[in-house]
Design a binder for this molecule. Structure first.
Ligand SMILES: Cc1ncc(COP(=O)(O)O)c(C=O)c1O
Length: 354
């Protein structure tokens, strides 16, 4: 039976491991925005719950969200698509625009979900390594990508944190004008630039964004994309399912976008904390911190990795333990949270290494 052969192939692929939920822990493992007050999001959700009628399918709320997202991204609504998290948009694009046997070029390390979904769908993945400082050799990348159908640029990159300089990213896009290019900007709100406007003018570029990070709505599952008018229209009318996001999530998302000035303040706080934490960690012997344009830091702890990991666990601080990342031993990815939680993390590392 064909399906059992396929099931057997799929069962051997990398599986998604959901992070453990440790009660009462300081959660610094999934790059959510805890600088945004829980009460703020709860109040918005309560208000949204009062406004919507869950007996109806979400129609007006979707239209309202397109408008709010377009305004935030600085583009017209006709360039915007919405999904149940950017995860779902990636999944849909891979299953419709990249056929089985297609080839994708990515640089590594990068967002493992993207690679895993390609492998699930039989898309061959060419991995171009970043250099020792996790910088991209753009010429080599473009050369390799010429053999691909699909190109994935994570900007800023997860788990390294760095954003490819704008000129370099634009140069790669110029060279690869016959490839489908997905620019994953899940963390762009914390970074220097977005290619959303550029994507509206190209036939082959899709910028993926999300409200899960800066906007504090990981639980609401709202992602969006910005691309040219034709692709956006086909995505919304044919590729996307009719009602991918619940009325409640749509209404919450629109309300939080209305309060984007408040969100931006928390983003600025996270960015300044990111620099403070990076500076303090860089002073610790044996610890290396990589440049980040996102709301997290990648730290190479080398031989101190196990001791730091054990101590963090004892103190109820949960970070993403990655181990060896592209030859860098003992790496962990740490979300930048509030000043208090960030300080707890740094103090723990300082104490262990002293
Ligand atoms: C680079 C990147 N893209 C996309 C996502 C998925 O975000 P969403 O919650 O919108 O599915 C994440 C989440 O961690 C991410 O790190």
């Amino acid at each position: 039976m064909r399906f059992s052969k396929e099931l057997s192939r799929i069962s051997k692929l990398d599986r998604y491991v959901r992070p453990d939920k440790v009660q009462g822990a300081i959660k610094l493992d999934s790059n959510e925005n805890f600088a945004l007050d829980r009460g703020f999001i709860a109040a918005v959700a309560k208000d949204a719950a009062k406004r919507v009628d869950l007996r109806e399918y979400p129609i007006d709320e979707l239209e309202e969200l397109y408008a709010k997202l377009a305004e935030y991204a600085g583009v017209s609504e006709k360039y915007v698509g919405v999904g149940s998290g950017s995860d779902q948009i990636i999944e849909l694009l891979l299953t419709t625009l990249a056929v089985n046997g297609a080839r994708a070029t990515v640089f590594v390390p990068t967002f493992s979900y993207f690679i895993n979904r390609c492998e699930l769908h039989g898309i061959l993945v060419d991995r171009v390594p970043l250099d020792g400082d996790f910088e991209l050799d753009a010429a080599m990348f473009a050369l390799r990508a010429k053999k691909a159908d699909l190109v994935y640029l994570c900007s800023p990159n997860n788990p390294t944190g760095g954003q490819i300089p704008r000129k370099i990213a634009a140069g790669i896009i110029d060279e690869l004008d016959d490839k489908l290019i997905l620019v994953d900007e899940a963390y762009a709100d914390f970074a220097g630039y977005s290619l959303a406007k550029l994507a509206t003018k190209r036939e082959n570029v899709i910028v993926l964004r999300t409200l899960s990070k800066a906007f504090g709505l990981a639980g609401a599952r709202v992602g969006y994309m910005v691309t040219n008018e034709k692709l956006a229209s086909v995505f919304n009318s044919t590729i996307q399912t009719p009602y991918p996001v619940s009325t409640l999530s749509l209404a919450i998302a629109s309300s939080v976008l209305e309060r984007s000035v408040h969100v931006a303040k928390t983003v600025e706080a996270v960015k300044s904390e990111r620099e403070r934490v990076a500076k303090r960690l860089a002073r610790i012997a044996g610890i290396r911190v990589f440049r980040s344009d996102a709301n997290f830091l990648l730290i190479e702890a080398g031989r101190k990795y196990r001791t730091i990991a054990d101590t963090l666990e004892k103190r109820g601080i949960v970070v993403k333990l990655l181990g060896n990342v592209a030859g860098h031993p003992g790496c962990m990815r740490v979300t930048i949270g509030t000043r208090r939680t960030n300080s707890k993390f740094v103090e723990c590392v300082e104490e262990v290494v002293a």
